[in-house]
Design a protein around this ligand. Structure first.
Ligand SMILES: Nc1ncnc2c1ncn2[C@@H]1O[C@H](COP(=O)(O)OP(=O)(O)OP(=O)(O)O)[C@@H](O)[C@H]1O
Ligand SMILES: [Mg+2]
Length: 380
């Protein structure tokens, strides 16, 4: 495993993910690729890395690359209507030229159209998606392989297009467009990223979309990767063990602990504080719920700590809704493909351990559930 520099910070090599994506883009587009995973597991970063370092050559890449890539990140964009969707993604040629001159990277995030076409689309004389297909087809015929990447797709969840036939979901139209690009026309790769797995579940349970989709999970770092990284940062074996126990492979938390060590802070204190903060976050959130729901949460917590996960098999609709709420809050991670719920990251599992101890008077020490042993100390 390598640690290299990417955007001025250490980048922990995600060999498996990178290998998968590179191979995916070398094939003929057949299906939409859905990339999902827990919050902050590194989905966007690894995808951007693949785009910059693998698909686009590093020198004069916008001229020489064999791929034509558009990376549309909807995070931070206010999309409440069809028109704001257009404004977020499409730029007129003149503005595009200027932007490319100023910032080549920014140009990746926008699709450039002639002003005349934008006007026609805005006035609904032309269908946006037909126009986009024309553009993509032109690139394809020009010899480049189009790749369309959409990050934070869940932002399109509640947007409707108003037209003469009444209201239609923008998301539905957009997904139809993605199916046309991949399965039907084999014209462009389409990768869709999200950490919202409730959304993924909706897609996964839609028979038509499931058939035209592939799902790939980008999880937190594995133990060997964490070991190598922390070794590289000068951590001792005992320190690595401790950090793994408290933080698992959560990248932003590992970055924080590296900073804490660099500034000479006590490691154990730092880790305990991280757990304390996760714990208070959970307790605070639970105050929004009634006694019954809180009891159910504790039941889940106990199961996660004991087994490493809570199984979604056979849960009632009502309970599922609660689990989804807690997952939307990013306390739990809800995996509709593996039918399992876990802590959103290891620190939340440690916080659940604490919760069981404080609220149920039981002391359990989890050791990554299915990956290791757990023991119960104290009374049942
Ligand atoms: N391989 C890596 N090596 C080092 N740092 C990384 C790596 N991947 C991600 N990071 C850092 O971890 C943080 C979270 O990464 P990123 O935003 O890519 O996650 P994400 O899964 O897209 O998050 P979200 O769920 O919010 O969309 C960022 O600060 C990023 O710079
Ligand atoms: Mg992201």
């Amino acid at each position: 495993m390598r640690i290299e520099e990417y955007r001025g910070a250490p980048f922990v090599d995600r060999e498996e993910e990178i290998g998968f994506f590179v191979e995916w883009f070398s094939r003929v587009p057949q299906r939409i690729l859905w990339v999902y995973g827990p919050k902050s597991s590194g989905k966007t970063t690894v995808m951007e890395y693949v785009v910059e370092r693998k698909l686009l050559t590093e020198r004069e890449w916008w001229i020489k690359s064999k791929y034509w890539v558009k990376y549309l990140n909807l995070r931070g964009k206010l999309i409440t209507s069809y028109s704001s969707f257009l404004d977020a993604l499409i730029v007129p040629e003149e503005v595009y030229e200027e932007t490319v001159e100023r910032n080549v990277y920014l140009s990746l995030g926008m699709i450039c159209l002639e002003s005349k076409k934008i006007k026609q689309v805005k006035e609904r004389k032309k269908n946006l998606f037909d126009v986009l297909i024309e553009e993509i087809d032109r690139e394809r015929r020009g010899g480049r392989i189009p790749v369309l990447i959409i990050d934070e797709i869940q932002k399109l969840r509640d947007v409707y297009i108003r037209n003469s036939n009444g209201e239609r979901e923008l998301l539905k139209e957009f997904l139809n467009f993605c199916v046309r690009l991949t399965k039907e026309m084999h014209l462009s790769h389409v990768v869709i990223l999200t950490s919202n797995t409730i959304f993924i579940e909706r897609i996964y349970n839609d028979a038509r979309l499931k058939e035209t989709s592939e799902f790939w999970k980008v999880d937190h770092l594995r133990r060997e990767q964490v070991e190598k990284w922390l070794e590289f940062e000068g951590f001792s074996d005992e320190e690595i063990e401790l950090v793994w126990e408290y933080l698992g492979g959560s990248i932003p938390r590992l970055i924080k602990v590296i900073e804490a060590k660099e500034s000479g802070r006590d490691l154990k204190e730092h880790l305990k504080r991280e757990v304390w903060l996760a714990y208070t976050e959970i307790v605070d959130y639970l105050t929004d719920f009634g006694e019954r729901e809180r009891k159910y949460f504790k039941e889940i917590a106990k199961e996660i700590v004991k087994k490493g996960y809570y199984s979604l098999e056979g849960v009632t609709k009502e309970k599922k809704k609660l689990l989804q709420d807690w997952a939307e809050k990013e306390i739990l991670f809800y995996d509709p493909l593996e039918l399992k719920v876990t802590g959103n990251s290891r620190v939340y599992e440690k916080a659940l351990e604490r919760m069981i101890e404080v609220h149920l008077g039981e002391k359990w020490t989890s050791n990554f559930g299915q990956y290791g042993k757990m023991k119960k100390n104290g009374k049942d």
